[in-house]
Ligand binder design. Structure first.
Ligand SMILES: Cc1cc2nc3c(=O)[nH]c(=O)nc-3n(C[C@H](O)[C@H](O)[C@H](O)COP(=O)(O)O)c2cc1C
Length: 162
């Protein structure tokens, strides 16, 4: 368990659009990865606001993060939308003071990897240190558990040495 205070913040839509099939999953792909990272690191877990434009009654409004200042390391998870992060995640980055924090991105995707998202995080959070991100294909979330674990431990060690 880390001496530093860690937050795992994620956005996840809990739907599978692959090949036109719309199927409600128990948990979104990114959420499944976020759960694993939070368990390994002993971090707090926070779901970034999500909106469902076609179903306004299902808009999810979470409580704001309390004492954001206490966190040293932030694992930031999101699905890739149009080769970058969803708008909700861009807004999240602008909503809290990320200065002097270490940000560790992770994503799930259908082929784009991390896309342009890491460049966008660096552009928005100029005073933060942004470490190498992890990209997990949506179809391999279950089979990638060891890869996720290895990357989490490695990135945590890197963040702690900062
Ligand atoms: C609106 C939208 C845009 C997407 N754009 C991309 C994309 O540009 N590249 C890609 O690899 N996957 C893209 N995807 C696929 C998602 O990144 C992928 O399914 C992801 O695992 C979903 O995560 P979630 O279940 O946590 O929401 C897109 C999905 C949606 C719904």
């Amino acid at each position: 368990m880390s001496e530093k205070k860690i937050l795992t913040a994620f956005f996840s839509m809990t739907k599978d659009y692959s090949f036109g099939k719309v199927e409600r999953l128990v948990k979104g792909h990114t959420e499944q990865v976020a759960d694993q990272i939070a368990e390994i690191t002993g971090s707090d877990l926070y779901r970034i606001n999500r909106t469902e434009a076609l179903r306004p009654e299902r808009i999810y409004e979470p409580e704001p993060i309390e004492n954001f200042d206490q966190y040293d390391i932030i694992y930031l998870g999101y699905p890739i939308y149009y080769h970058t992060m969803p708008l909700q995640v861009s807004e999240f980055l602008k909503s809290y003071p990320f200065e002097n924090k270490v940000i560790i991105p992770f994503t799930t995707h259908a082929g784009s990897g991390l896309g342009r998202s890491v460049a966008e995080i660096k552009e928005t959070c100029k005073q933060s240190e942004v470490l190498d991100g992890l990209a997990v294909g949506s179809a391999e979330v279950q089979s990638a558990k060891q890869k996720i674990k290895d990357w989490t431990l490695k990135s945590l060690a890197a963040a702690e040495s900062r």
